[in-house]
Design a binder for this molecule. Structure first.
Ligand code: HEC
Ligand code: HEC
Ligand code: HEC
Length: 440
């Protein structure tokens, strides 16, 4: 009797909790409006919106490489299937033309569309919810003054049960917290601006913060390093793996032009972040550099001495120009001969001789990809190379996917690791190469 009533009681509680959840999850539609006329928005507000949209990288997920700006159709791979970036041009039927400012702000902060449906967190509203009202208004003004485009994105392809949008509501209940960026009085204005942009609009943590098994960022590990599209997004905190520590100046250069003399270029998913950041104001990019430099902190003494070793291994030492072209010392003979031969034949021409831009690569001892605990980024770069930045004589490197076998790449990577880093040898490199080739 007793067991039965306990079971009944438990069932009742579960049913009540489920009902409460459904009530909480139900959100009203917001009435459609006539698309506002571009003349309703001041040019200054639209300009500000353009600069902010660059920092939020709206184009990265809403502009297809062969499509119209912001017209959607961009497939975003997730571990649970593909989600498509939608049309956010002001077309009233297929875009957000009939969305009021209030509906737009609700989407940015709570991940709910105009009709009241829950959106998936592939749309980084867990960061955008930190945006100030004025900034949301500016982005709204920018989007509402774009060319309206009629285009419908393909339906999301997610595994059951994630294909039901109620799952996104459950995710929010667990992980989405209302948040506003509170300025800290003990920090400078640029630091506060940088914190606001990095944690909010810039959503840097979407790639640079590790996620739990339900795909939510781990708040205690902000910027501690994550993964995206098979690449490692290195840690941007005091554990930064970069061989030479980042400074405000070097971070500014990297974010502004995509490379810095003492570190590599922005490759992989970071290329598009930097490209889309171009319309952002210098002072905002500077503020993000100030903030990231402060999360990284001053380098520890051990790190300083490793940096001195690295500088000393470069024959001319010290000067940045010399570093950018010098051949690092070190004996090739004591590492695996095959890797060394492949290196001499395919890499050293650009990375150790004195070739100049666009083909002169920096010494590999300076590259984060070689210093990471995982070989993934180095392998991605060897396979696919580095694309030159659009419309600028940027740096470029050919890919070797068709030239080298998995085994050769594994031997080469092991050699590069042992010669140009003091980290432990990588294991199972060939499996990682095969995995990346097969899209894993
Ligand atoms: C990392 C990828 C990503 C970025 C960056 C991103 N979005 Fe999105 N966004 C998405 C995805 C994916 C969806 C659709 C989610 C879904 O289907 O549940 C979406 C949906 C939206 C929607 C809802 C549209 C609709 O029709 O339901 C709006 C509005 C929106 N995004 C605006 C923006 C703005 C403004 C920015 C830049 C500040 C931005 N997004 C940046 C991925 C992104
Ligand atoms: C779409 C994913 C993604 C987003 C969003 C992103 N990053 Fe990155 N980031 C990466 C990846 C991947 C790399 C490694 C690139 C490489 O090896 O060339 C990287 C590299 C970097 C590096 C170089 C680290 C090192 O030690 O070499 C810095 C600095 C950086 N990102 C800063 C930022 C900032 C600041 C933001 C936010 C404005 C940001 N990233 C947003 C994916 C991302
Ligand atoms: C045609 C010239 C050229 C060749 C050949 C070449 N590279 Fe590069 N590589 C570059 C340039 C240019 C860059 C970009 C500037 C930089 O980061 O040093 C680069 C960048 C890199 C990076 C840093 C990328 C990042 O963002 O983390 C690595 C690692 C690298 N190359 C490894 C190799 C290896 C290994 C080989 C041999 C398989 C090789 N490269 C062959 C020119 C070349």
């Amino acid at each position: 009797m007793r067991a039965v009533s306990v079971a009944l009681g438990a069932a009742l509680l579960i049913a009540l909790a489920a009902a409460a959840f459904l009530v909480w999850a139900a959100r009203p539609a917001i009435a459609p409006i006539e698309p506002p006329s571009p003349a309703d928005f001041s040019a200054d507000l639209v300009d500000k919106g353009a600069q902010l949209a660059a920092i939020g990288d709206c184009a990265g997920c809403h502009t297809n490489s062969d499509g119209s700006p912001y017209a959607g159709g961009v497939a975003l791979p997730t571990p649970f299937g593909s989600i498509y970036g939608t049309n956010i041009t002001p077309d009233p039927d297929t875009g957000i033309g009939s969305w009021s400012r209030v509906a737009f702000a609700r989407a940015m902060r709570e991940g709910i569309d105009r009709r009241g449906r829950h959106l998936y967190p592939a749309f980084p509203y867990d960061h955008f919810n930190k945006l100030a009202d004025g900034d949301i208004d500016a982005i709204y003004a920018f989007l509402m003054t774009r060319e309206p485009v009629r285009a419908t994105s393909p339906p999301n392809r997610l595994v059951f049960p994630l294909n039901a949008r109620i799952v996104a509501a459950a995710w929010k209940l667990l992980f989405l917290r209302p948040a506003r960026s509170e300025p800290r009085s003990d920090k400078s204005d640029p630091w506060n601006r940088g914190a606001y942009l990095v944690e909010g609009l810039g959503h840097c943590g979407a790639c640079h913060t590790p996620r739990n098994i339900l795909g939510a960022e781990e708040p205690q590990k902000a910027l501690a390093g994550g993964e995206q599209e098979g690449w490692i997004a290195p840690s941007l905190d005091q554990d930064s793996p970069a061989p030479i520590h980042w400074t405000e100046e070097s971070l500014f250069a990297y974010l502004r032009v995509g490379s810095d003399r003492l570190h590599g270029v922005a490759a992989g998913p970071m290329t598009s972040v930097v490209r889309h950041l171009r319309p952002a104001l210098d002072e905002d990019v500077r503020a993000m550099a100030v903030y990231i430099a402060s999360t990284m902190g001053e380098p520890a003494p051990e790190r300083r001495s490793r940096e001195e070793e690295i500088f000393a291994s470069l024959p001319k030492g010290g000067s940045a120009d010399a570093i950018a072209t010098a051949e690092p010392a070190g004996s090739a003979a004591d590492a695996a001969p095959t890797g060394a031969q492949i290196f001499a034949a395919t890499c050293s021409g650009c990375h150790t001789n004195r070739s100049s831009r666009p083909l002169g690569g920096r010494p590999l001892v300076l590259q984060t990809a070689v210093a990471l605990a995982s070989p993934r980024n180095l392998i991605e770069i060897i396979l696919h190379g580095i694309e030159p930045a659009e419309s600028e004589p940027g740096e470029m490197m050919p890919g070797f996917a068709d030239v080298l076998t998995d085994k050769q790449i594994a031997e080469l990577a092991a050699y590069v690791r042992s010669r140009f880093s003091d980290g432990p040898a990588w294991s199972n490199i060939e499996d990682v190469v095969r995995g990346i080739r097969n899209g894993r």
